[in-house]
Design a protein around this ligand. Sequence first.
Ligand code: 2IO
Length: 402
Amino acid sequence: PVVNDRISVLSEDFAADPYRHFARLRERTPVHYEPAVDGYFLSRHRDVKRVLTDHEAFSTETLQVRAEPVMRGPVLAQMTGAEHTAKRKIVIRSFTGSALRDQVRAVHTNAAELLAPFLPRGRMDLVNDFGRPFAVQVTLDVLGLDRGDWRQLADWHGGVAEFITALTLTPERRRHCLDCAERLEAYLRPVIARRRRHPGEDLISKLCTAEFDGVAMSDREVTALVINVLAAATEPADKTLALLFKHLIDHPGQLAQVRRDPGLLPAAIAETLRHTPPVQLIPRRAERDAEFAGVTVPAGATVFCMIGAANRDPDAFTAPDTFDIHRPDLATARSFTAAAQHLSFGSGLHQCVGAAFTRAEIETVAALLLPLLDRVRFSPGFRYRETGLYTRGPVALPLDFT
Ligand code: 2IO
């Protein structure tokens, strides 16, 4: 088996359309070593699943260098054992029940407000006019931060996200990202102090006051979790929404079905997540030598799970390159739980805690925007382009809907 086969995941060709390369990677170099990032890229569904679920052999230690510097403390995914279980329960509790109902209300209000000015114009860029501000503002509402500061917070978030998702960073960019994170931390410090004294119904208050099995969170942990939620709830959300609408516009038959029966939206969202996962890479550290398809990944190495490639593995899905909201192997209800067959929320102990929230968020906003699709077309001269290797989504999606 070859380890490197001329494809580079850092090439322009790969960046333009990674999906074209996935079959070859899975078949010829399922363990692809990339010297410039010193990482092993895994593309087969069964290998990715194994890495994400064998917590002894593959740890989240990578996050210490890949996330902690901008999270300003350890995040949930870095923790293990009883501490992890307790704190994960606290976070999950903040995203279910009455909390989730309040969050859905915030989704609705933000979406309606942002959409209003574009309705009379009959034209809107779903990424830059709507999706991006929508994703940031909803997250700020959930956290109980001031929506009036959204541009500033979006800028800082940009630096944090760049740090986590860049495969290579120049020293200048690195400095910029760390600077954003430090400013964000300074912004949060007095907010967290206030919420400890006068807690409200928002997520920051819940993280400050929550206890599970006698375990509570320190200021440093609350800060890290708040920055984690800011990044995790914002970064993939506008991408998922834009990808969903792109797929529906490209498949008018399925669009008409969803339009007739909005009950199909969860299936359309789940298939969007499988077909084009907004988070394409999940890093782990090999704790001991591990063999995949005859290639040994050495202990201490960084392994990147290629979620987009795994989700299109014919061993896991029939006709994997086809977008089909009715595919039986997707099982919509399961798609947002630990039993999901696609790996877009990860898998195992650290599987996304925001999956149910995301489902509610995208379902709510998509239902609101769906009527626009009756007369929708891409604006004249528009050429569809995606960007990003770690998180990936449309650069823009200018729609005419008059
Ligand atoms: C810093 C890519 C934004 C997460 C990490 C612990 C983030 C973690 C993820 C997703 C989305 C990010 N990893 N959500 O892949 O919380």
